[in-house]
Write a protein that binds this ligand. Structure first.
Ligand SMILES: [Zn+2]
Length: 181
């Protein structure tokens, strides 16, 4: 995976135009897949903080068809306001890149669209070390008008360590980092 691949921007104005080779996908949890480099980075992050099953990958790579089903299912169940805040339109989800991961604090019931991922405890340890392993919190509070997505404490995006550390240090979301706001 080259540099531009890891920095691919996908949002409502930039639909995913790539063709992800399915052979690139590696399992990171039950039925959850990421691109090889991101999968390795996530495993290293979880290992370093000693997560030991307390953090569960909930959703990684999604096909365009899966994103459409999620969008339509949420529209029917939750209505347009909720859906437009928390679910990217089909074709416009960075989950389609295989570089985005939704994580949850392990629990008996996990909300698939809005998993619980607190700011303290083991989840806080994950956040503290995420950038060193190439992950950024993709939809932070205060950037909603730039990302077009509500604050999502559970959604992390792999961009590679140097970029993640620069973005975290400067407080920039991906659109700002790429001067695409
Ligand atoms: Zn997500």
């Amino acid at each position: 995976m080259n540099r531009s691949d890891a920095l691919v921007l996908v949002n409502a104005r930039h639909p995913y135009a790539g063709a992800l080779p399915l052979g690139e996908l590696c399992p990171v949890g039950r039925g959850v897949f990421l691109r090889r480099e991101a999968a390795g980075a996530l495993a290293a992050l979880l290992e370093e903080i000693g997560a030991g099953g307390r953090i569960l990958p909930v959703s990684g790579w999604r096909s365009g068809a899966e994103q459409r089903a999620l969008w339509e299912g949420s529209l029917a169940a939750n209505g347009p306001a909720f859906t437009q805040s928390y679910v990217a339109r089909p074709g416009c989800s960075e989950h389609q890149t295989g570089l985005a991961i939704d994580v949850a604090l392990a629990a008996e019931h996990i909300d698939f669209i809005r998993p619980d991922f607190p700011y303290e405890g083991i989840c806080g340890a994950f956040r503290a070390r995420a950038a060193a392993h190439g992950f950024v919190l993709r939809y932070p509070a205060g950037k909603e008008n730039i990302t077009g997505i509500a604050h999502e404490p559970w959604h992390f995006r792999y961009v590679g360590a140097p970029h993640a550390e620069r973005m975290a240090a400067a407080g920039l979301c991906l659109e700002e980092y790429l001067h695409e706001r």
